[in-house]
Design a protein around this ligand. Structure first.
Ligand SMILES: Cc1cc2nc3c(=O)[nH]c(=O)nc-3n(C[C@H](O)[C@H](O)[C@H](O)COP(=O)(O)O)c2cc1C
Length: 216
């Protein structure tokens, strides 16, 4: 199971100075803001212990930075990671729009976020990275960066329902990197999501340019 510490959901809200304005032991200092996410990790791991399920893997997903003056910085994230690697977790999962995203400000500014994460974790837990990787070459390069142990995929799998099988079958050239709006049935994408794809929202798979020009 994956503990969801990413994308502005509850655990991240406690961790973020921008959102967490509490004056008690759950807010304020970095140590206090870490308390809730780490308590959740402890509680989840304790259940596994209680159930004697050591084979049950538990990971933690996080967003490394937030925009805004008080948003999460890499300094915060490095502290989170140093605490997480001490926990009996099995993996870390970095949520990013783009694998190659650079640090916005402060510690490590301008460097690859995943590089800083890798240097902090030092191989103590496997790290999953992802974000706007589309071709087989993109995935290979991501793994070859040495910053991650596993690579994840969202949009590629939406566009290529048999993504893994294509690669294993040596058919990487058949992988599509943009949605063809004329092939609604091909992708198995639920209708409400398909409607969003049609609008070309930037967190969703790219849409074939010809289709965009036909709609305009
Ligand atoms: C349709 C869709 C739904 C998503 N839902 C979630 C979600 O519920 N929680 C989450 O943390 N990330 C979610 N994401 C973000 C992805 O997990 C991933 O971080 C992001 O899309 C970048 O990877 P990709 O370029 O390989 O898709 C979603 C992405 C897409 C495209």
């Amino acid at each position: 199971m994956e503990i969801y510490g990413a994308n502005q959901f509850l655990l991240q809200q406690f961790f973020s100075e921008k959102v967490n304005h509490r004056k008690d032991k759950w807010g304020g200092s970095l140590e206090n803001r870490l308390r809730f996410p780490l308590s959740v990790v402890d509680a989840v791991c304790a259940v596994r212990e209680k159930l004697k399920r050591r084979d049950f893997i538990i990971g933690y997903r996080f967003s490394p930075e937030e925009p805004g003056e008080k948003g999460i910085t890499m300094t915060d994230t490095v502290a989170l990671l140093k605490a997480l690697v001490e926990k009996p977790l099995q993996y870390l999962h970095v949520s990013q729009k783009d694998f190659n995203n650079k640090v916005r400000r402060g510690l490590g500014e301008g460097q690859s976020r995943l590089k800083i994460i890798h240097e902090t974790v030092q191989g103590r837990l496997p790290v999953i990275g992802l974000g706007s990787l589309f071709t087989l070459d993109d995935y290979v390069k991501a793994l070859q960066s040495g910053f991650i142990e596993f690579v994840g995929s969202g949009k590629s799998v939406m566009m290529n329902p048999h993504f893994g099988n294509r690669i294993f079958a040596g058919k990487a050239d058949e992988i599509v990197t943009a949605i063809d709006l004329g092939k609604a049935d091909h992708y198995d994408i639920p209708k409400p999501l398909w409607e969003m794809c049609k609008k070309g929202e930037d967190w969703l798979p790219p849409v074939k340019m010809t289709e965009i020009s036909e709609r305009n």
